[in-house]
Ligand binder design. Structure first.
Ligand SMILES: [Zn+2]
Length: 474
């Protein structure tokens, strides 16, 4: 497939980007989103050294602020024997202790800072039945992260003013009619986004979704990974005609290589992966070179570290720790987000100076621990299942340390022979001492945010709800 390196703008895109939206956001809403988006459009082309310099300045200021205004960080760092002056650049960060979701939740009152005139907005993450993390973001820091998301989408050809269809979940729960109407006007008329609720997508109504796409003819489709993959499978299987957008942007759920191939084959459009979280919004996004995820480095420092918080050697997997350079009201410093990535930087031929994350390999929680003591990454199963065409959906659940349950939704072509082969292959992964059950089920429920989780582990102190995060909803 040919790669569009430049996306040309239509007159309507230019009208929305140049007049309608800046007018609304800047003059009417008094938000700085567009000013920040312009800054980010420019800084992405700076050299690596210039971006590093920017990070250093912002990091020093953040550390200084936290040590003065956040009781928790002041004590944590002083107990670790680190003075604020010891942190002069990202390479000094391993001197500071890591923080976790539990840290942020248990010490929120002492982490938070209250400065006169510091306006903030509240956010939360976590499943409805779990233990959600509530935090605040300075209004300006929030504008900056929205701007970063706009920049990330623009890299993929989904800049402000492009006509978009979003197949997304979770946006419509518990809304009043007035709120829903406001959201509709905001999305549809101002941002030219048509929202289709991925919660409602099923095998039986998928063609209705495809019909909507054909009717709306979006330039870009933004979607949860699994729903757009499911639509793609149906398009290919049933030979349904579908409109070809210039790009498909996936988010919220991990994108596996075979899913990317299937979506590209169905829509004849390039797929762009994004990586984000509720705590930080957009963390990384692909450019048209598809060489990795360009990080939002003007706003965030992203490290890949081992269990002791030290940098993971290049090429090896580690935990992702994020420092938010802007959010002063609830500072996140070296926060373990719960995801894993391959360490080491790569250079992108596109010329952007923004460093790249090679690959996000999945959630720490989405990992199985076999009875014989091995750690099996969640990726094992999508790779295995893609060779079983009769498996429509699957989920691997680990209720106890000794047991693994594989749930499969299968179609009419499923046979006893395939079931036997599946059992043999899964057995290879989980080892001989793990009790293995393969259940054929009618359906697999989505998480409360409409996401499909491939692997659910109930081990350790983390509840499965910990992983139920809604990410990068603009
Ligand atoms: Zn690039």
């Amino acid at each position: 497939m040919s790669k569009p390196i430049e996306f040309s703008s239509t007159w309507s895109e230019r009208l929305y980007r140049g007049i309608v939206l800046p007018g609304f956001e800047t003059v009417f809403k008094r938000r700085k989103t567009f000013q920040f988006a312009d800054e980010l459009q420019r800084s992405q082309w700076w050299s690596e050294a210039e971006i590093e310099h920017l990070q250093r300045t912002r990091l020093v200021s953040l550390i200084d602020f936290c040590s003065q205004h956040s009781l928790y960080y002041r004590d944590l760092w002083s107990d670790a024997g680190v003075r604020p002056a010891d942190i002069q650049s990202a390479s000094d960060l391993p001197k500071l202790p890591l923080t976790t979701r539990e840290t942020m939740r248990d010490h929120s009152a002492r982490i938070r800072t209250e400065i006169t005139g510091q306006a903030s907005v509240s956010k939360s993450t976590g499943g409805s039945s779990g233990t959600p993390l509530r935090f605040t973001i300075d209004t300006e820091a929030n504008d900056r992260r929205v701007a970063a998301a706009l920049r990330g989408y623009a890299m993929a050809g989904g800049g402000v003013g492009t006509k978009q269809v979003h197949i997304w979940g979770g946006a419509f729960a518990d809304q009043s009619r007035l709120r829903a109407a406001k959201e509709y006007v905001y999305s549809r008329w101002l941002y030219r986004r048509c929202m289709l609720n991925s919660f409602h997508l099923s095998d039986s109504n998928a063609e209705g979704f495809i019909h909507q796409i054909n009717r709306l003819r979006p330039q870009v489709i933004v979607a949860y990974t699994n729903p757009i993959d499911m639509l793609s499978r149906i398009i290919l299987e049933r030979g349904v005609q579908v409109h070809q957008p210039r790009a498909i942007i996936t988010g919220a759920e991990k994108l596996y290589d075979h899913q990317r191939e299937r979506i590209e084959a169905a829509f004849h459009s390039p797929v762009f992966e994004t990586y984000g979280s509720r705590e930080f919004t957009l963390i990384g996004a692909e450019c048209p070179e598809h060489a990795g995820l360009h990080l939002t480095s003007e706003n965030l420092i992203v490290e890949v570290v081992n269990e002791d918080g030290q940098p993971t050697p290049s090429g090896e997997e580690g935990n992702i720790a994020v420092t938010d350079l802007w959010n002063r009201s609830t500072p996140f410093v070296r926060y373990l987000i719960g995801d894993r990535a391959v360490a080491g930087t790569v250079n992108c031929p596109c010329g952007r100076g923004l460093p790249m994350l090679r690959k996000v390999v999945g959630r720490r929680l989405d990992m199985l621990h076999t009875a014989d003591g091995r750690h099996l990454p969640g990726e094992y199963f999508p790779h295995l299942m893609k060779d079983f065409a009769a498996v429509r959906q699957f989920q691997v659940v680990q209720p106890t340390a000794e047991e693994v349950v594989v749930k499969v939704v299968v179609d009419g072509s499923w046979s006893a022979e395939q079931a036997k082969r599946l059992r043999t292959l899964v057995r290879e992964g989980v080892g001989d001492t793990t009790t293995l059950r393969i259940d054929e089920v009618q359906s697999i429920p989505l998480t409360s945010h409409g996401k499909h989780r491939v692997v659910v582990s109930y081990l350790g102190d983390a509840s499965p709800q910990d992983a139920l995060k809604v990410e990068s909803v603009l």
